[in-house]
Each structure stands twice: as structure tokens, then as C-alpha cells.
Design a protein around this ligand. Structure first.
Ligand SMILES: *Cc1c(COP(=O)(O)O)cnc(C)c1O
Length: 384
């Protein structure tokens, strides 16, 4: 403690100054329209390449109708935690729909994907345990690992030789071991080599948690995700994901065995001590799964759009991607910011992603099933 006259919050301004000087400063942008391929951003209509709403469901009239009906029947809030007054038949129906889609025995919905990761990881492992994590994992997986107090060892991005090496060097003294990975990496768009990862997990008796946030609704024959895409559904896995991306709603889920889900209902603090998912969000997610399963042409359209862009965008900048996230690498935060502004002038909304979020700057494009051919052409033109 220094003088009693010093301002205990003065460091905030200094810290913000540092963030500005590094070109790391970020702020919100206001969108004033329904979500979709075209949005109105600060008074201007732009083609939207910044949304996680890959199938265009967040503005779908059927989801809106389902949410509206649920709100009229059950109100706006669920009024309590699931174990007290917050559980509705809707939650059960959504959990059954998720488990059926993911081909697991059971599922559990959380108030967000972030909370699902925090609660699940910290319930499954503790001080005596080991977590092996991909170095590019999402913030929620990293913070879940921290919260658990387990020993965390990161392996090189998608590098199964390194994972194997780290497993043989470390785990014997630990009680349990959990491998944690994104399936589609959120800031790159590449996917984890799941079959190889699972064979290592099996050989060393490790649990595995895959985060399907950006794979659900995108990968696999029915859109169930990367696990389905690699035909690994019968492997004893912990699958998590979000209702907030391709499902166009809000919330997260974990899918797995009956024992896993029963355990989480009793031990996941971010599920037990938080308010149940709202009726509107729950109903919208149920409707989304129904639409996705009944209309496979949506996913086909998404992939037509992805493949078109991967073929037409400047190949020297394209980062490896096998999903609806396509990134164009740029050499500095300033170049990325300038490119993003240039795109905006050309009528395109695509964010610059910079350190500290990622190690190298880039323009990150999110492709949607509802992008029309002209939208894609306009994007390609803006890059050439
Ligand atoms: C978005 C995201 C989450 C968090 O999901 P929310 O429902 O938005 O909280 C978790 N993991 C990954 C990989 C994500 O991209």
C-alpha cells in the first residue's frame, strides 16, 4: 500500500493504454436486425461473415415461433436451479433430443457452453489428476482445467506424436487422466484427428472430452458433429457443445453415458448452482434440432458454400480448414485491421482476429448455409 490518496483503480487506465498501443483494443459493434446472411450494422447493410449461426437458424420463423409459444406457456424465466424450481418438461425433451442425435445414453443442458466446460471438467478431475490439452483449446476448456486444480499439460496443436510423448512421460503418478480438445478449432477452423486421439486415450486409459461447439450442425451425416463425422459415436466419450452456434439459441450441453450425466447432475457446480435454461431458449434449441434433422439440405448448402470459398479465395493466405470457419492469415494486427476495414467498405462484415486471442493475426470468415452465390462472389472480389 502506498499513499492513501492514490487511486486503487488508476492501473486500469494504464493497462488500457497498453492494450491500445499494441492494437489489441476491442469494442462491441451494434447490429440492428434479425440475424442472417445480411445484417444491419451501425446503419449499414452488410454481408455477414462473422456469425456462428452457420445454418441461419437464429432468425428462422420456426425457432421464433417455438420460443414464443414456450414463453407464452411457461414465462420468460425458469425461476430457479434445475434441482429446485427450474426444471421443466421442455428441458427433458431437449436432453432426449440431444442424446438421440449424438447417439449417447443421456445429455444435460447448461446455461451456456462455457459453463458446461467449466462445470464438467472441474467435476471430473481434481488435484490428483492430469489433464492433457491441445494448446489451441477454447478459453472455456482452459479455464475449466484451471478451475479443476488438476495438473495441466498442453500438447502441440493437433500433434498426436506429442500427445503420445507427453502421456508416456507423465501420467503414472496421477489418479485419473482426461484428454481435452476442441473438435473444430474455433479460431482456425481445422479439426482434431479424433480417431488417432481416441486410440491413444484407449491405450492409456484416459477419459476424453471433445468440444463440438463449431462442429454441431456442420460436420457428420446428420450434423451431429466431428464424432459422427469420424464414426466414433460408439466410443465412450464425453461430448460437449453449445446451443448458441448452429442451433441458433443459447445454452450448452454435455452428452455421454447415463453414469456421466447422473454424476454431473450431482457434482457440476455450474449446473447445480445456476438458473435453469429459459423456456424460450430451450424450445428454440428443440426446434433447431428438429429442423436440422428433417432438412439435411441445409448442411449440404453450407458445404457447397464452404467449398466454393476455399476454391476461390487467395490460396496463399488460406489457413488449413475443414469446417465453416475459414481464416486468411495476415502478417500483423494492423494489416488484419486494415483488411477488415477494407472489407467493410466493400459491404462485408468479417472480423480481424488478433493476439492475444490467437498467436498470429487473421481475417476470420464464418460461412453460412444462407449465404447466396452473390454474397460469396462479392467476398471473393473484395479479396482480389
Ligand atoms: C463458443 C464456444 C464455447 C462456449 O459456448 P457458449 O454457449 O457460447 O458459451 C465453448 N467452446 C468452444 C470451442 C466455443 O467456440
Amino acid at each position: 500500500m502506498h499513499s492513501s490518496l492514490s487511486n486503487p483503480y488508476g492501473w486500469l487506465q494504464k493497462s488500457l493504454g497498453t492494450i491500445h498501443r499494441a492494437n489489441w483494443y476491442r469494442q462491441v459493434k451494434t447490429i440492428n436486425s434479425l440475424p442472417g446472411a445480411i445484417i444491419e450494422l451501425e446503419g449499414r447493410k452488410l454481408i455477414n461473415f462473422a456469425s456462428n449461426d452457420y445454418l441461419g437458424l437464429a432468425g428462422d420463423r420456426r425457432l421464433i415461433a417455438a420460443a414464443t409459444k414456450a414463453i407464452q406457456e411457461y414465462g420468460t424465466g425458469s425461476t430457479g436451479s434445475r434441482l429446485l424450481s427450474g426444471h421443466r418438461e421442455l428441458h427433458r425433451n431437449l436432453e432426449i433430443a440431444i442424446a438421440d442425435w449424438k447417439q449417447t445414453e443421456a445429455a444435460l443442458v447448461f446455461s451456456s457452453g462455457y459453463l458446461a466446460n467449466l462445470g464438467t471438467i472441474s467435476a471430473l478431475v481434481g488435484q490428483k489428476d492430469l489433464i492433457l490439452a491441445d494448446q489451441y483449446n477454447h478459453s472455456s476448456l482452459k479455464n475449466g482445467a484451471k478451475l479443476s486444480s488438476a495438473k495441466v499439460i498442453e500438447y502441440l496443436h493437433c500433434n498426436m506424436a506429442d500427445l503420445h510423448h507427453k502421456i508416456v512421460t507423465y501420467p503414472s503418478q496421477y489418479r485419473r487422466c482426461l484428454i481435452v480438445t476442441d473438435s473444430v478449432f474455433s479460431m482456425d477452423g481445422d479439426i482434431c484427428p479424433l480417431p488417432e486421439l481416441l486410440s491413444i486415450a484407449k491405450a492409456f486409459d484416459c477419459m476424453t472430452l471433445v468440444d463440438e461447439a463449431h462442429a454441431t450442425g456442420v460436420l457428420g451425416d446428420t450434423g451431429a458433429g466431428c464424432v459422427e463425422y469420424f464414426h466414433c459415436s460408439n466410443y465412450p466419450l464425453i461430448q460437449m457443445g453449445t446451443l448458441s452456434k448452429a442451433l441458433g439459441s443459447l445454452g450448452g450441453y454435455v452428452a455421454g453415458s447415463n453414469d456421466l450425466i447422473d454424476f454431473l447432475r450431482n457434482r457440476a457446480a455450474t449446473w447445480i448452482y445456476t438458473t435453469g435454461l429459459s423456456p424460450g431458449d430451450t424450445a428454440a434449441a428443440i426446434a433447431a434440432i428438429e429442423v436440422i434433422r428433417n432438412e439435411p439440405e441445409k448442411i449440404r448448402q453450407l458445404w457447397d458454400n464452404i467449398n466454393y470459398l476455399k476454391q476461390e479465395l487467395p490460396s496463399e493466405n488460406l489457413l488449413p480448414s475443414e469446417s465453416s470457419i475459414i481464416c486468411l492469415g495476415l502478417d500483423s494486427p494492423e494489416t488484419a485491421l486494415n483488411q477488415s476495414e477494407k472489407l467493410q467498405e466493400a459491404g462485408i462484415f468479417a472480423p480481424a482476429i488478433r493476439p492475444p486471442t490467437v498467436p498470429t493475426s487473421r481475417i476470420r470468415l464464418s460461412v453460412m448455409a444462407t449465404h447466396e452465390k452473390e454474397h460469396l462472389e462479392q467476398l471473393v472480389k473484395a479479396f482480389c
